[in-house]
Design a protein around this ligand. Structure first.
Ligand code: AMP
Length: 218
């Protein structure tokens, strides 16, 4: 199963990719998580990426393509992988196609998850994340059992700085300009599947599993 999860920030790509990853035992590669870890560890990569991430703009194609190239070369990715938050530009999609062509392993499906802009802003600004284990909660939609504490690992939840309203709005504009063109790109390549992300997480997950089954992937 070689999948890309496409969609605006806040549509639930990461959550759905996590559920598919644990159900079918495939690694999830989230460029956002990798970059945030690099920022926390103050690595050269993190120092370079931080300013873009704080502003809600995209990190350079060269950097993220390099990250994904390294990850895909790991043995765990031989039998499948889920890409979350990559590609985000046509140049990244072309670089990915080239990498996969070399491996003789084309993408199986690109899942485009969509919800309205209003709902996305509500989800982003209410989102709380665990910096230790990457679990994600929402103040109204999926509150943690003990306020501010991660249910999974006991870590202290934070609001990502780029989930504050102004940066969230900029990220959505960046998505419209640079990432949304990938919908047509993958539709033309006949690998695009559309998924409405408005329902509760479990309902969207079940529809996604059916969609993958209908595509012969389960
Ligand atoms: P995410 O967690 O996927 O919303 O990503 C958070 C931030 O990381 C984005 O706003 C970008 O600054 C950066 N980022 C993540 N993935 C990419 C990518 N594929 N291309 C460029 N920048 C990225």
């Amino acid at each position: 199963m070689r999948l890309v999860f496409l969609g605006a920030p806040g549509v639930g790509k990461g959550t759905q990719a996590d559920l598919i990853a644990s159900r079918f035992h495939h690694p999830k590669i989230s460029t956002g998580d990798i970059l945030r870890e690099a920022v926390r560890n103050k690595t050269p990569l993190g120092l370079e990426a931080k300013a873009c991430m704080d502003r809600g703009t995209l990190v350079s194609d060269d950097i993220v393509v390099g990250i994904v190239r390294e990850k895909l070369a790991e043995p765990g990715c031989t039998n499948g992988f889920l890409l979350d938050g990559f590609p985000r530009t046509v140049a990244q999609a072309e670089a990915l196609a080239e990498m996969l062509k070399t491996r003789g392993q084309p993408l199986d499906r690109v899942i485009n998850i969509s919800v309205s802009r209003e709902e996305v802003v509500r989800r982003l600004t209410g989102r709380r994340s665990c910096p230790k284990c990457q679990a994600v909660f929402h103040v109204e939609l999926a509150p943690p059992q003990r306020g501010g504490i991660c249910d999974r690992c006991g870590g202290e939840l934070i609001q990502r700085s780029d989930d504050h309203k102004d940066t969230a709005e900029s990220r959505l504009s960046v998505y419209e300009e640079q990432t949304a063109p990938l919908i047509a790109y993958y539709r033309e390549a006949h690998v695009l599947s559309e998924l409405n992300g408005l329902d509760p997480v479990e309902a969207v997950h079940h529809r996604l599993v059916s969609l993958l089954a209908a595509s012969g992937l389960t």
